[in-house]
Design a protein around this ligand. Structure first.
Ligand code: IPE
Ligand code: IPE
Ligand code: MG
Length: 247
């Protein structure tokens, strides 16, 4: 097993769960079977993160652009989401996991939105880990939403122009008070961001793996964290400064 340093755990892990379709295709199955298998991977990774003591886990489950997929696939994904929320609600409470969500949630079908809200309410007092689902999410839309929020608060006198700085701006994003991700994982071999957390990942460590999402598991997660722990996060400084050597 990978050696994990408990002192250097990423506080916030974000994952672009990609490759369900290709997983299914390889097995000559319908794409939807890939999504079904993908939900099992979600369960395993959520449990593993909770056990490890990760504080925030953000999962990119559905992008704004994903609405353009065939109607049948979109419906299947919405159905799987609802089923997941219904089935896992109790488990989240039991494991002290608080559910949250970011994205244009108002785009979700009414029944899915209702179930999402119910599960968020059910888990609102849990404080072991935040499971944050990105649903109908797009980073550009999030930034636009923040700008609109700022303009509206300026007009209403809730915010003064001179108060707009990086820390107040951040509060207008859907991620609000969440810390920026320390580690971003993307599965399936793609090397792109696909409109995920554009603002928040300025200094996030990236981990790209060929593994398709349905095959991603606890072991793969530990591998990603172990790799992350080897990185030197310099935030623009020099290595010497980070290690307290010299001046
Ligand atoms: C990720 O798998 C799941 C979603 C985007 C909802 P894909 O469905 O994108 O799988 P590939 O990329 O086609 O293999
Ligand atoms: C990103 O995957 C979105 C999610 C994982 C939900 P996509 O499969 O939609 O990304 P592209 O289209 O390959 O960039
Ligand atoms: Mg994909």
């Amino acid at each position: 097993m990978e050696e994990i340093d408990q002192e250097k755990l990423p506080r916030h892990i974000a994952i672009i769960m990609d490759g369900n379709g290709r997983w299914a295709k390889k097995k000559k199955l319908n794409r939807i079977r890939g999504h079904i298998k993908g939900v099992d991977a979600v369960r395993e990774v959520v449990t593993a993160c909770r056990e490890l003591g990760i504080k925030v886990l953000t999962l990119y489950a559905f992008s704004i652009e994903n609405w353009q997929r065939p109607q049948e696939e979109v419906s299947a994904l919405m159905g799987l989401l609802k089923e997941y929320l219904v089935k896992e609600g109790e488990e989240m409470v039991k494991n002290n996991i608080r559910l949250s969500a970011i994205g244009r949630l108002e785009d979700l079908p009414q029944d899915v939105l209702t179930t999402l809200r119910e599960t968020m309410e059910k888990t609102e007092n849990c404080d072991g880990m935040i499971l944050n689902l990105a649903l109908s999410y797009g980073g550009r839309s999030e930034i636009l939403h923040a700008v609109r929020g700022i303009i509206s608060d300026l007009k209403e006198g809730k915010l003064r122009e001179e108060e707009i700085d990086l820390s107040s701006f951040q509060k207008y994003l859907w991620t609000g008070n969440l810390p920026d991700p320390d580690l971003l994982i993307r599965t399936s071999g793609e090397s792109r961001i696909s409109n995920f957390l554009l603002y928040q990942i300025a200094y996030t460590e990236l981990y790209l793996t060929q593994t398709l999402w349905p095959d991603f598991n606890r072991k793969e997660l530990l591998k990603a964290i172990a790799d992350y722990q080897l990185r030197e996060r310099r935030f623009g400084r020099t290595s010497e400064q980070i290690n307290g050597i010299g001046t």
